[in-house]
Design a protein around this ligand. Structure first.
Ligand SMILES: [Zn+2]
Length: 367
């Protein structure tokens, strides 16, 4: 059996199965983000999902390789038996750029925790992820802000391709079934994205991620580049769109042929009292919910919706109880998991366009 198989199609939307050392992941899949080996505010044993995301840059600094190895790897450390995808830290180089200096053979950086100095090569970034037992490993890449001069983006493309190749050579000594993905860059320049993608596709990566979008460019421009980039990628490998979260955009991107997504929105918005429902977003701090006996979403089977009312969670936010953030974050992640289940069912049943239309008609933004 192949590690990735497309089992059904509806237009360009694909239903797939990705097999990792920790099980099978049905795609399209949403991966909750647990940057520092924790999904903020949510006990991960309450989540019914096949894969979560963590971040190698943060784990490298804390708790560090020695402690993670001492516990027998990241899965045992956090007691999570399903798959884990780790991002390499390329996005942190971008978002915490004041702490990083790019060198030809790697990145020099200071710890965001204690200011200590570190140097990381692309080989080490990949080896670290293999050593901690990540199931899906991301190459170290170089992401640029929008807008950036073309020459800078072209240089980031060269760095990204060179680093991906170096990471691939480091991966050769691990015959463990762990997957290594490359990340495409090129900003919003179609030809640079093509150049980057074609160079990366010359190598036997297990999957490809579209990176360097969602960094401030207008939505329409992002969607054009995404659609083009997804079209370039091989049909028989998983395609991951990094940091893509809003529900309507997930429908759009699945329609373009994407398989995997992650985003911090379910927990970040959950901590700010914003809950996702199939009729749009609601703000649980809103006074209109104080006597509301209904759950956040009547169609949701998550523990927050099975047991608690909007009125109770509204009260918890009002008196600043931590439980408010936990329940709302838990619900929002459950919503994303239900949403991707609905998407998978619609691809299987050949009803993706109708289901997408129904969802978009019901999604009213903030209520
Ligand atoms: Zn719920």
């Amino acid at each position: 059996m192949k590690d990735f198989e497309v089992t059904a199609r509806c237009g360009k939307a694909r239903l797939g199965r990705l097999t990792t050392p920790h099980g099978v992941v049905d795609t399209p899949v949403f991966m909750p983000v647990g940057t520092q080996a924790s999904i903020k505010g949510v006990p991960h044993d309450m989540l019914n999902c096949p894969v979560i995301l963590s971040n190698a840059y943060y784990l490298y600094l804390k708790p560090g390789l020695e402690i993670l190895k001492n516990f027998g790897g990241l899965h045992r450390f956090m007691n999570w038996n399903n798959s884990i995808l780790t991002d390499s830290g390329g996005f942190q180089i971008f978002s915490l750029s004041a702490l990083f200096k790019i060198r030809e053979n790697g990145v020099e950086f200071r710890s965001k925790f204690d200011g200590s100095k570190h140097f990381l090569t692309p080989e080490e970034a990949v080896s670290f992820q293999f050593e901690i037992g990540s199931d899906i490993i991301m190459s170290l890449d170089r992401c640029m802000k929008y807008p950036s001069p073309r020459a800078d983006i072209a240089s980031a493309v060269n760095t990204t391709c060179a680093w991906a190749e170096k990471g691939l050579s480091a991966a050769k000594r691990y015959e463990t079934g762990q997957k290594l993905f490359a990340i495409t860059q090129g900003g919003t320049f179609p030809d640079l994205r093509r150049e980057c993608t074609e160079k990366l596709m010359e190598h036997p990566f297990d999957g490809f991620a579209v990176g360097g979008l969602g960094v401030g460019e207008p939505l329409l421009l992002r969607q054009e580049r995404l659609a083009e980039n997804l079209d370039m990628l091989p049909a028989d490998k998983p395609r991951y769109v990094m940091g893509m979260g809003p529900a309507p955009e997930i429908w759009d991107t699945v329609e373009m042929g994407a398989d995997m997504f992650d985003c911090v929105l379910p927990t970040r918005n959950g901590r700010n009292a914003q809950a996702f429902t199939f009729s749009g977003k609601i703000n649980l701090r809103n006074a209109k919910f104080k006597n509301d006996k209904l759950p956040i979403d009547s169609s949701c089977g998550c523990p927050a919706c099975l047991k608690y009312s909007r009125g109770y969670i509204h009260h918890l936010f009002n008196v600043r109880e931590m439980l408010a953030q936990t329940l709302t974050s838990l619900h929002n992640i459950s919503f994303m998991i239900d949403l991707t289940q609905l998407i998978r069912d619609s691809i299987k049943n050949g009803t993706f366009p109708e289901e997408k239309k129904k969802f978009m008609n019901n999604w009213k933004g903030e209520n």
